[in-house]
Design a protein around this ligand. Structure first.
Ligand code: S3P
Length: 435
């Protein structure tokens, strides 16, 4: 397991292109596998998680060809998947297991899907419950966890009022809805990312959104309606951009240009938060791409005020909270995160991982059941420490950034776990670092 040493820097300067958006890559990869024909996906994510999705689609009978960041997936229509020979492996990827469960529920075969040790500890009942209501028979370990044994069935359309704000649960039900007769509706308690809805429309499914209700039309059991293969560009991942926005913000002399970032309005709440805290971020150009919004981000160093993040903002910035928390000691007022108990069931218990590692660096932290409070600059400067990311890519990357402004060197244990979303993270960080 590789250890990565992070040395303090003076500023972050230059330009960067990020890996393709992880959420969008998963969705395009899955839909391509149930579309008719060959889909070309350009700038597909290099993340290990998205590779897990491609391997699962391949095991289900789709043809997958990978050439650098261009992926070609050949599907045989919504009824064209085949029973996999062995259990599907979602690796570390919650999106793979939860979204794919929706597709597997509608097949005329049985399959098993599981993943690594972390994934086997994460809650799956949230997808099992609605998919059972639609008619699939699903056996979960202790009723909660992977492996999931999914016996596909002829599904019925349902209206599902979600008990939690989760794009993965919404997406699982919508994808299952393709295989149900009639209209499947999902009602969210708060807005979450809408990449599934946009991707479904791109591939030719009928889908409507009114407020917090999304309706998908079943494709029909006679194969009368099809999804069509497409050529699609994946924008850069804003959740990866955030590590570099944070890094550049920390140092007054930074100037950073981040190219081709996905700026879907259900993902940009993090930019609004940074701006409200005083960050200097400009979006000189915006363009539409397959229903998504894409643009460049120009970031300069600026002092950050800090603040409280809570309520309906939480699901919109859920993946960026580790970076925000780790920035807390560099802000004027500190960072407080509330209403975010979901962080405890991500790739690690992120609240505990943040509190532990922030303390190792000398920060003052109060850990709470649904969040944490991290004191700001007045509580003192961070010092380098050995960081234990608990196998969680976003914890590893957040503390690599926190280390840039600390006194002395920071060591990230098991640093390779960053590859789950960003395999070249440390190289890119080093390339942009000025000392
Ligand atoms: C994702 C949704 C979020 C997010 C995850 C990716 C997606 O999870 O944390 O990294 O691609 O739909 P939840 O929907 O469970 O909050």
């Amino acid at each position: 397991m590789k250890k990565q040493t992070i040395q303090p820097v003076k500023s972050i300067n230059g330009g960067i292109e990020l890996p393709g958006d992880k959420s969008i890559s998963h969705r395009y990869g899955m839909l391509a596998g149930i579309a008719e024909g060959t889909t070309e996906l350009r700038h597909f994510s290099a993340a290990a998680d998205c590779h897990s999705t491609l391997l699962c689609m391949q095991a289900l009978g789709a043809k997958v060809k990978i050439a650098n960041d261009v992926v070609r997936v050949t599907g045989h229509g919504p009824r064209g998947l085949q029973r996999p020979r062995k259990a599907l492996d979602a690796g570390n990827s919650g999106t793979t297991i939860r979204l794919l469960s929706g597709i597997l529920a509608g097949q005329n075969f049985s399959s098993t899907i599981s993943g690594d040790g972390s994934l086997q500890k994460r809650p799956m009942k949230r997808v099992v419950t609605p998919l059972r209501q639609m008619g699939a028979e699903i056996i979960a370990r202790e009723e909660q966890f992977a492996p999931l044994e999914i016996h596909g069935a002829k599904l019925r359309a349902i209206t599902y009022e979600m008990p939690m704000a989760s794009a993965q649960v919404k997406s699982a039900v919508l994808l299952a809805g393709l295989f149900a007769e009639g209209l499947t509706k999902v009602i969210e308690p708060a807005r979450t990312r809408d990449h599934t809805e946009l991707a479904l429309a791109e591939f030719g499914a009928e889908i409507e959104q009114h407020g917090l209700t999304t309706t998908v039309h079943g494709l029909g059991s006679n194969g009368s309606k099809m999804l069509t293969a497409r050529a699609l560009d994946v924008p850069g991942d804003i959740s990866s951009a955030v590590f570099f926005i944070a890094a550049a913000s920390l140092f007054p002399e930074s100037t950073l240009l981040i190219h081709n970032v996905g700026l879907n309005p259900t993902r940009t709440a993090i930019l609004d938060l940074f701006l409200s805290m005083g960050a200097d971020i400009k979006t000189p150009s915006l363009r539409a791409s397959h229903g998504e919004v894409v643009g460049d981000l120009a970031v300069k160093g600026a002092p950050l005020k800090g603040g409280i993040i809570s309520g309906d903002t939480i699901p919109l910035v859920i993946d960026e909270l580790p970076m925000l928390a780790a920035l807390g000691p560099y802000t004027e007022e500190g960072i407080e995160i509330r209403d975010a108990a979901e962080l405890r069931v991500k790739e690690s218990d992120r609240i505990a991982a943040l509190a532990e590692n922030l303390r190792r660096m000398g920060a003052q932290v109060e850990e709470r059941p649904d969040g944490l409070r991290v004191e700001g600059r007045k509580a003192g400067k961070l010092h380098g420490a050995e960081i234990e990311p608990r196998g969680d890519h976003r914890i590893a990357m957040a503390f690599a950034i926190a280390g840039l402004g600390a006194e002395g060197k920071t060591i990230i244990r098991d640093a390779d776990c960053a590859g789950v979303s960003f395999p070249t993270f440390y190289e890119e960080l080093e390339r942009l670092s000025q000392r």
